[in-house]
Design a protein around this ligand. Structure first.
Ligand code: AMP
Ligand code: MG
Length: 421
């Protein structure tokens, strides 16, 4: 049913010759242009599709409502017999209720008791609300005039059979699940979950070990943080473990990873230093574009293709790894998954801080927005200081050209919630 989408080309991350430093917007623009969906399509039950991306736009197999019905509890009649002023109509024996339709015809000039959701019986096109009437067993009295079709819901007024329901590429939420069920669509085609492998690198990195850490050892903060985030974005996370700073170990890891995942995300070893094996491996065995993006914190980020698998080599410092993930990896992963490019909702808030800034690079600061809509920044900009990530509830995004921020200046705030954190 579905063709396999093509793999990314080896040069899809390549920067033009001579380009070394690029602004964040340009880097994002390049990613947006060079990436495309690499996932295949599968059919799954609608009710387990939350968070999945719609691959084929379903059409309504039924109208909603399927029949014209009453929106309230009241009395139904033909509008053509109603004039202005007091109206007294004889009542038809019987009742129209949801699930118990009245099968007879209501005579012109008569009314019938009708409940919410009941199909309008033949001869009824308008309903008056109970509270606006007086009635006994035989008659109902109320004041005219009344608008034609009052308190009714017309067949197909919400959804018409045969119409397209939801756009391709839409992430399925509870609201789409409700909508699909309402017209009887109980299975849908979605893109298979993007499989994202996560690998930590570094001789000093250890994790949750039983033994006491040696002074030179550092607990792995990145993999658990990135895994949690990437799972929350709706992708399938595959733990690729850890690799020492050693070309052979790393090459083995990358080789087996490229066979089982769609994308590899690594942290650490991404710059051009002596122990930076991610860049070396990509250089020697794949293709790499070490993007020196004018961003703080975060540069450089190594992006390349290894045996057909895209690789995002994030910096090791946890804050830089986090920022690069939410700014670059997040939209890239959504593109690869079939959801298309995503951008966070941002808004402008007054700064509750002052800051001097070097021009020439965009800065993303750990920030906390107070209940009063004032934004504070973390006391330190050190990109190893992970406590600031937890203190923050968003990032302040300062543009490249800016040189200072004064109290009360409006700054762009990206809430964690809009980054899926
Ligand atoms: P690197 O990018 O490999 O040069 O690492 C930069 C800094 O980040 C070093 O201080 C590393 O110890 C630290 N680091 C690297 N990977 C991790 C990790 N997974 N968790 C916590 N810190 C890390
Ligand atoms: Mg390292």
């Amino acid at each position: 049913m579905s063709l396999k989408p093509p793999k990314l080309t080896n040069d899809c991350f390549a920067l033009p010759r001579g380009v070394t430093w690029i602004p964040v917007d340009e880097a994002l623009d390049r990613l947006k242009k060079s990436l495309h969906r690499i996932t295949e399509i599968e059919k799954i039950p609608t009710n387990v599709a939350a968070g999945r991306i719609l691959a084929i736009s379903p059409t309504a197999t039924r109208s909603s409502p399927p029949k014209s019905n009453s929106a309230v509890d009241g009395f139904g009649f033909a509008h053509s017999c109603i004039k202005s002023g007091p109206q007294i109509l004889p009542l038809t024996i019987g009742i129209a209720a949801a699930g118990l339709p009245y099968e007879g015809k209501v005579k012109l000039g008569s009314a019938i008791k009708i409940l919410t959701g009941a199909i309008l019986p033949s001869g009824v096109d308008t309903v008056i609300l109970s509270e606006d009437t007086n009635s006994d067993d035989n008659t109902v009295a109320f004041n005219g005039p009344i608008k034609l079709g009052s308190n009714t819901r017309l067949k197909g007024e919400d959804i018409l059979k045969g119409n397209k329901l939801i756009d391709l590429g839409t992430p399925i939420r509870s609201t789409e699940i409700g909508l699909l069920n309402s017209v009887g669509i109980f299975s849908i085609s979605v893109y298979k979950k993007l499989k994202v492998g996560i690998l930590s690198t570094g001789n000093e990195i250890i994790y949750n070990s039983q033994s006491k850490p040696l002074p030179h050892q550092i607990f792995d903060a990145n993999k658990p943080m990135l895994s949690t985030m990437i799972k929350k974005w709706g992708f399938k996370v595959i733990d690729l473990g850890h690799a020492d700073d050693n070309e052979k170990t790393l090459l083995n890891k990358m080789n087996s990873a490229s066979k089982k995942v769609d994308v590899i995300i690594t942290s650490g070893g991404a710059s051009a230093g002596q122990e930076d094996y991610i860049s070396k491996i990509l250089n020697n065995y794949g293709s790499i574009s070490s993007w020196r993006v004018a961003i703080k914190p975060g540069r450089p980020i190594a992006m390349g293709i290894f045996k057909g698998t895209p690789v995002f080599g994030l910096p090791g410092n946890p804050v830089a790894a986090f920022v690069c993930s939410v700014i670059f990896a997040r939209p890239a992963l959504y593109c690869l998954s079939g959801a298309g490019w995503v951008e966070p909702h941002t808004f402008w808030v007054p700064a509750n801080f002052t800051k001097q800034k070097k021009p020439g690079r965009q800065e993303l600061l750990r920030a906390n927005l107070t209940q009063d809509n004032l934004v504070n920044i973390f006391k330190s900009e050190g990109s190893g200081r992970i406590s600031g990530l937890s203190w923050a509830n968003g990032l302040v995004d300062l543009p490249s050209g800016l040189t200072k921020v004064d109290h009360g200046d409006l700054v762009k705030f990206i809430p964690y919630s809009s980054l899926g954190i």
